[in-house]
Ligand binder design. Sequence first.
Ligand code: HSE
Length: 346
Amino acid sequence: MQRKIVLIGCGVVGQGFLEILVKKKELLANKFDFEPVLVGVADMMKGSILAQDGIDIPAFLEHVKAKGTVHDFPVESAIVGLNSIDILKQAEADIMVEVTYTDIKTGEPASSHIRTAFEKGMCVATTNKGPITLHFKELVDLAKKNNVLFKYEGVVMSGTPIFDLLDYCLAVNDIHEIKGILNGTTNFMLTKMEDENMSYQDALALAQKLGYAEADPTADVEGFDALAKVIILSNVVLGGSLKPSDAKERIGISGITIEDIQKAKSEGMRYKLIGSTKLENGQIIASVKPVKLPLSDPLAGVGGAVNALTFKTDLSGDITILGPGAGKLETGFAIMIDVINMHQEM
Ligand code: HSE
């Protein structure tokens, strides 16, 4: 069955998603009866294209990789140069994939994209943390009002399943505390600084090159990205209505030197940036800060751009999931799984 998709944002994650559509074309068709038709793409830097009859995805991907532009991909009768909102208003699509850069302070432009898509009757898959951090309840209500699906598996731990795990496998549990490593960039940096004596700047540059870091990596190293994920977990899983400013503390890794890391190592300890949220006497306490853990702590063994999260449940005890927390294909996969689940639920 054909599903028309409009892609808003064609950077690392958007291209990762398209790569998966190309790579898994036959499996998607044979196993899921899913045939994607890409009807529009908009990217703030690369331009836009609207082609209601569909864009040849493999050729488009090659073009974007080679030229770094969207608007000049040759398609007969395509409309080019529309802004992202106009693309959404004009596109005849079943699903919007929203993968623009995250702005945790305003949630824009992603929140406007999502509202517009819902009002047009499109289902939405996003990995954008801004709207989920700031407007979760409003957007869930708007999706319901417009009778469309809304999925955001990749906003925490990229393609490692969190929300599907909670919705299906842990559904009857009462979860009262969640704690773990929620930022791939900083975990990667801390690992490189400890294992290879790499400088803070070199480790950050490498994380950026590998596509782990945010557009503004301050969000990673100062703990804002991990905090957004902690707020998302507080609101989506613990049922809160917290804003980032409600967190008890938010400390990143910019104050940690190689000397601190090596000293901790000599003491049999390791620094990790830990995010946590818990329900205590009806109140949610959320925080992000570097913690020196003994090497025997399971979280101390989690290296590289890997994330790990422990859910404290009333029926199943502590359940920990560990997996990629950032990356092009990993986050593209989060979109893929949302899209295929929506395709099956529509
Ligand atoms: N910059 C984020 C990280 C990307 O490093 O974890 C995934 O949310």
